[in-house]
Design a protein around this ligand. Structure first.
Ligand code: ADP
Length: 224
């Protein structure tokens, strides 16, 4: 059983007349409940791999499976639906909407979900802001929050849709090391209590140590 399967995936980008091989024959399997780090230096292909797993981009060659669903066989509408139901995203730069409060930011992606009623939405916003320790800041806008608090809002937003997998691209890169570690500790706590699978990228050794499995990439290839 796997939540994500990457099979012999290649990703090329065209840069002018040059082809950049961002990923070369990458295969990996993520088991349910994992807290997995994709580790490697800048430019090694971490973001590309996360974007492919997140169905934000498509491979040049190879297959990706989310659960049993083969991503390349899906129409854009089906993919959008799969993303909304199954995947949660956390970004390096938090990506909160500045004009919305913390609560509204958490609620926002759920507005597209016809299967979640207004009452359920409101309950989830409260529950997940409490989960990340920000219940008292629900009416504050992002610019009234610290970096660590903004990333906690982003984690609540990722969780609120009830995903089986959260993908986090360098979630601590814009935080000081102490705040970064507290964000990872929170993610690990959620991983253990909610059984949500986490796949996150990092180039920071202290953050890698907190993972229960590390996949190392270098020059677009998995090296261990
Ligand atoms: P990382 O996340 O590990 O820093 P990336 O996945 O962002 O690595 O990049 C992997 C390689 O692909 C790098 O050489 C980068 O310059 C290249 N690359 C990434 N995105 C693009 C793009 N849109 N166009 C051209 N080259 C790209």
């Amino acid at each position: 059983m796997s939540v994500v399967r990457v099979e012999h995936v290649w990703k090329d980008y065209m840069l002018g007349t040059q082809t950049v091989h961002a990923l070369q024959d990458v295969s990996m399997v993520v088991a349910p409940g994992r807290f997995l780090a994709i580790a490697g230096p800048s430019g090694s292909g971490k973001t590309t791999l996360l974007n492919l797993i997140g169905c934000i981009d498509t491979p040049t060659k190879g297959d990706i499976f989310i659960g049993e669903e083969m991503v390349s066989r899906k129409t854009p509408d089906e993919l959008a639906d799969l993303r909304a139901r199954t995947l949660g995203f956390v970004f390096q730069t938090f990506n909160l909407l500045p004009v919305l409060s913390a609560a509204e930011n958490v609620e926002y992606p759920m507005l597209q979900r016809k299967d979640i009623s207004k009452k359920e939405r409101v309950a989830r916003v409260k529950h997940y802001l409490d989960t990340v320790g920000l219940g008292a800041k629900m009416h504050n806008r992002p610019n009234e929050l610290s970096g660590g608090q903004r990333q906690r809002v982003a984690i609540a937003r990722a969780l609120a849709g009830g995903p089986s997998i959260i993908l986090a691209d360098e979630p601590t890169a814009n935080l000081d090391s102490k705040t970064g570690e507290s964000i990872l500790t929170l993610m690990k706590h959620i991983n253990e209590t909610e059984r949500t699978t986490f796949v996150f990228s990092t180039h920071d050794f202290r953050i890698m140590e907190m993972a229960d499995r590390v996949v190392s990439v270098a020059d677009g290839r998995v090296v261990i």
